[in-house]
Design a protein around this ligand. Structure first.
Ligand code: G3P
Ligand code: CA
Length: 305
């Protein structure tokens, strides 16, 4: 960081770099997170999984992503990628994730992403080390547990997953700078029991978006909680579950829902907002945090308000 540079955004909402700001640099990598730090974001959003030898790694998929992972010969792997829970860290490190497969839909989504060939999947410990070394004592971490009850063989079980994650956070001394988020609320309930001071972030799926299930039907993800038991209200459901933050798709948010959540003492952090108009609308609605692949654009839009 440049001396004297602000460490946070100083905006009315938390500016969160989604996967480190993946429109700019390869997702969930140290170069992306370093870039986000240099831009003065408030929070780094990231996804984690667990390897066969028990390391917490930073990756969005539950296994090697065929759109990202190239083997030592430089060839992209064939789908489906092997789940991380079946690979040791040293095996995972043989793959380069610094360049999106050029012919993929993902590459078309982020045409301006700068490649960083040679980049490897980092551990959470390495990300903490990067931040420590940067001297940034303020940035927070919004850590998503990538676990899915529909694919129990592809990750550790929730109990073991959460135990490993909390272990790293505690050993590295970052307990007071993390939030833990998930679509799989089982992990959040465990965090609340085992580390009650860590805020839990309840992710909800976009209503009606194929191929995801309708929100009120997603009971397996919701760990037994159902909006039907709370007058159809997501904020009330999350409050009942013990959450601190509701993290909906930005398309699901209305002024009434923001008010309802705030009245319950919940914060509202929306994902994933990449277009100028949507950013402006979210700022108008007074949400507490905005997760974006374009933290640069988000800061610019906020400055125009
Ligand atoms: O934090 C919310 C957002 O990251 C959830 O979606 O699929 O990008 O992890 P995804
Ligand atoms: Ca995520």
């Amino acid at each position: 960081l440049v001396a004297g540079q602000a460490m946070g955004s100083d905006l009315a909402f938390d500016l969160e770099a989604h996967r480190g700001g993946r429109a700019l640099l390869p997702e969930n990598t140290l170069p992306a997170f370093a870039n986000a730090l240099s831009m003065g974001v408030d929070t780094l959003e990231l996804d984690v999984g667990v390897t066969a030898d028990g390391e917490i790694i930073v990756s969005h998929e539950r296994g090697l992503n065929p759109d990202l992972a190239r083997d030592s010969s430089g060839a992209y792997i064939s789908p489906p990628g092997t789940p991380f829970v079946k690979l040791r860290l040293d095996e995972i490190r043989t793959y380069d994730v610094g360049h999106i497969r050029p012919d993929s839909a993902y590459a078309k989504q982020f045409p301006d992403q700068r490649a960083v060939p040679g980049t490897r999947i980092p551990t959470l410990k390495e990300l903490f080390a990067l931040v420590r070394k940067s001297g940034n004592t303020q940035v927070r971490f919004n850590i998503e547990t990538k676990i899915d009850p529909n694919h129990p063989d592809e990750t550790l079980d929730p109990q073991a997953f959460v135990a490993k994650l909390l272990g790293v956070i505690e050993t590295e001394g970052f307990f007071d700078r993390v939030m833990i988020q998930s679509f799989d609320w089982r992990t959040l309930l465990l965090v609340q029991q085992q580390a009650p001071n860590i805020p839990t972030v309840y992710l909800t799926l976009q209503r009606g978006s194929a191929p995801t299930v309708a929100l009120d039907k997603a009971t397996s993800w919701m760990a037994g909680f159902s909006p039907a038991d709370h007058g159809g209200s997501l904020p009330r459901t999350i409050k009942a579950a013990g959450g601190a933050i509701w993290s909906p798709h930005f398309g699901d948010v209305t002024a009434a829902l923001v008010s309802e959540a705030h009245a319950l003492g919940l914060r509202v952090v929306v994902w994933t907002v990449n277009k100028r108009d949507d950013m402006a609308r979210m700022i108008e609605l007074g949400v507490d945090g905005i997760i974006s692949d374009r933290p640069d654009l988000l800061r610019q839009v906020a400055g125009e308000k």
